[in-house]
Structures are given as C-alpha cells and as structure tokens.
Design a protein around this ligand. Structure first.
Ligand code: WQD
Length: 326
C-alpha cells in the first residue's frame, strides 16, 4: 500500500515508518522537522518537508499521489507546556488535524491511523484502564487528543473515513535492532532523562515525589516499547481496512513499573551510578496508571513483546551510546 506518514521523522514516527517499510509498504514521510530529525529519514521513503498548518501543501501532496492510508503522528506532546501555552497546542494539534482531515477527504484517503494518548483518560477512576474508562483529560494536551478523536468520529459518519485511534501509554525504548539513530531532543520523559543522566548530559535526575500510595512511594506507569507501538499501527490499519470499521484502542504493556524500579534497572544495565534526588511531587501526576489491552489483543491479535523493563532500558542505552559515540 501507499502510506503517508505525517510526523514520520519523529521519535515514534520513525519507528512506525520503519515497520511499514519492513512490511513491504511504500511510505512518504511528511514532517516539518520541528522535532523530527533528518537522521530519522530512510532512503526507501520519500520525504516532504511540510507543515500540517500549510493546507495547500497538504492538499497538493494528498491529491498528487494516491495514498491508501495516512498515519498521523504530528503533534506537540508536552503535557506541562500545553497548560502554559494552550494556543500553541490548539493551533498545531487541532487545527493541523482539521487540515489533514479536509485534505484527506479531497484526496480520497479513506483510512487514518491516529496517535492518541492515555492522557485522554485523566485521573484514573479504576485500574487497569480500559477503553470504556471515562475521558476527562487533566491537561490541555490530553484535551487536544480527545477533541481529535471526536473529529475523527464525525468524519467517519459524514465523510466515510475509517480511523484507528491508538491511545498510547508511556512510549519508551529505541529500535530493537538499533536502526534508528536520531535521539529525541530535549526529552521530558522519565527514561530518556535517566539515559541523559547515565551518559553524563545531566549531572543528576529528579524523582518527583516518593510519598505516593504505591509499594515504594514513587509513581507507577505502563511503559510500552516503540517497536510494539509500531507493530500496533500496522495491525490497526489492517483491521480497519479489512473490517471497514473504525476503532479506538489502548496500546500499553499491562505492566506497571515505579520510578524507583525504572531507575534501579537502568543502574544495573548501564553500570552507571545515575545520581537521583527526590523532590516535590509534580502536579497532575496520578500515583498509578496501567492499561488494559484486551481490546487490542482481541481485535488485532496484538500484544506487547518488547516492553519488559530490561528491553526498554537496554534498547534506550544502546541508542544513547551509539549517538554519543558517532
Ligand atoms: C513518568 C513518571 C513522573 C521525569 C507522559 C504524558 C502523557 C503521555 C505519556 C503522550 C512519572 C516521573 C518523570 C523526571 C520523574 N504522553 N518522572 N522524574 O507524565 O506518565 O506521561 O507521557 O501521550 O500524556 O504526560 O510520563 O515520562 O513524564 O513520567 O520522577 O524527571 O516518571 O513523575 O511518575 P507521564 P513521564
């Protein structure tokens, strides 16, 4: 199939593009390189340097090539920043998606896989979180993802578009075969921050609170390996095409690891001390988040394979060592 990967040069997008290429598809990457990297582009995939706010450019791309599907991963994703600068998130994430949807309709693209987020759920009311859990986002970023899911539902009804909204839990790790060379810049997430501390970019990392109601007092999250996420995109696209039906599903590992457990695993695997200081809680952090992925397993036959903590840390550490030594 001909696949347009919007945001395909980014951290998750580059893994997703790799997976579609490996499955024999033709990929065109559309990216403005605001956080995506040229290093993450593949010679087998066409690259278009474009912005999702540039409707004429999107329309040109989508009407000049006949795409069977598009994968939409282009978004700002820092939850904290979205609370300080909601306009930036509304414009890029929501307006950008409206442009994509309208261009897709005009270009006749019927299938869309969208990067949604567990951030749509907000504070958990029960665990593990399944797709029926109420959606009450705690931050504006999560709101933008939920709003886009609702737009997709309407475009499904009114314009006959089929979509898969994939609600990622905590994406982590790097390509299992070390094929992706570009590291995420200015990371705000736990594992890359631990890696930057291990490699010496940071002197120490901060643990945001150790007085939560969890076994060791630090927050528990469901970390999902990017290669697992990438496979989920391929399976989800197959599903919506074969069944002519849209889906909204969680992608997680169904396992919870505390910040301390992640840190200890990283110390063991890297052999580095990774200095850490416990500081105040970060606002808006639920104590525990874990996914139920029964729906992904039932509908897609998908299950996380690389999301044990050792593999998450090992593949991250490999990527950091390769990047630093090159
Ligand atoms: C993980 C845990 C922190 C950094 C985010 C987004 C969410 C979704 C997934 C995209 C928490 C702790 C972190 C640090 C720490 N993204 N931590 N020190 O907040 O669970 O989820 O990614 O859709 O929307 O909010 O991920 O990696 O920031 O934090 O102690 O320097 O690590 O408190 O418990 P989070 P995270």
């Amino acid at each position: 199939m001909n696949i347009l990967v919007i945001g395909g040069a980014g951290y998750i997008g580059s893994h997703v593009t790799r997976e579609f290429l490996d499955n024999g598809h033709n990929c065109t990457v559309y990216d403005n390189l605001s956080s995506g990297l040229r290093q993450n582009l593949y010679k087998e995939a066409l690259f278009i340097h474009g912005d999702i706010l540039d409707f004429p450019c999107l329309l040109d791309v989508m009407t000049n090539t006949s795409f069977d599907a598009l994968i939409h991963l282009a978004a700002f994703k820092a939850a904290g920043e979205s609370m300080l600068n909601p306009g930036k998130y509304a414009r890029n994430n929501i307006m950008g998606t409206i442009n994509i949807l309208n261009a897709a309709c005009q270009g006749g693209i019927k299938n869309i896989v969208f990067s949604s987020s567990a951030a749509v759920y907000g504070e958990p009311q029960y665990l593990p979180i399944d797709e029926k859990h109420p959606t009450v986002p705690e931050n504006f970023y999560g709101f933008t993802k939920l709003d886009i899911e609702r737009l997709l539902e309407w475009y499904d009804k009114l314009k006959n578009i089929r979509f898969a909204a994939l609600r990622y839990f905590n994406a982590a790790g790097y390509d299992i075969d070390s094929r992706i060379k570009g590291l995420e810049q200015n990371p705000a997430n736990l594992i890359p921050i631990i890696m930057e501390t291990a490699i010496g970019i940071r002197k120490e990392m901060q643990v945001f609170g150790n007085d939560y109601d969890t076994t060791d007092g630090t927050c528990i999250r469901d970390y999902i390996h990017v290669n697992d996420l990438a496979k989920g995109h391929v399976s989800a696209l197959d599903y919506i095409i074969k069944n002519d039906k849209s889906i909204t599903i969680n992608l997680g590992s169904e396992q919870g690891f505390s910040v301390t457990q992640v840190l200890e695993t990283a110390r063991k695997i890297t052999g580095k001390p990774i200095p850490a200081k416990t500081v105040e809680r970060r606002s808006g952090d639920p104590a525990k988040l874990t996914a139920s992925c029964s729906l992904a397993s039932e509908l897609l036959g998908w299950k996380a394979r690389y999301s044990d903590m050792e593999t998450l840390i090992k593949t991250s550490w490999e990527a950091y060592k390769i990047a630093i030594n090159s």
